[in-house]
Design a protein around this ligand. Sequence first.
Ligand code: NI
Length: 138
Amino acid sequence: MSELSRIGVAIDSDLLEKFDRLIASRGYTNRSEAFRDLIREELVQKTWERPDSNVVGTVTLVYDHHVRLLNEKLTDLQHSHFHHILSTLHVHLDHDNCLEVLVVKGKAGVVKKIADALISTKGVKHGRLTLTSTGAGL
Ligand code: NI
C-alpha cells in the first residue's frame, strides 16, 4: 500500500447526512472506508469501458433445462471459450430451473461478448454479467 494522504472535503450538510445514513445502512463504520470504496468503484467501472483491459467477473444464468438443446448449446459455448471461463457452478433450483454461475477472466471486450452470447441464448430466462477488478493496481 502507498503512503496515506489526508484530504479535506467541503460538502453540503444535507448531502453529508444522507451519505452517512447510506453508508451506515451498508455497514460502514467510518466515512474514510466508504469514500475509498466509492473511488475504487469508479476506477473499476472506468476499466471495464476499455475493451483491452484485464477484468474478472461472473456470468449468472437462470434457465429451464427442459428447453430443447439448451444445455448442449450453453456447454458448447463454454467449451469454445474455455480459456476465459475459469470455473462453473451449477445449482438445480427446482424441478425445471437451473442456476449457473461462471467465473470469467480476460480482456473486457472478449468477456462481454462471451457473456452476451450466453445470456442471449434462447431459453435463458435471466442472465447478468458482473465485472470486477483483478485487484492489481487498486
Ligand atoms: Ni440443473
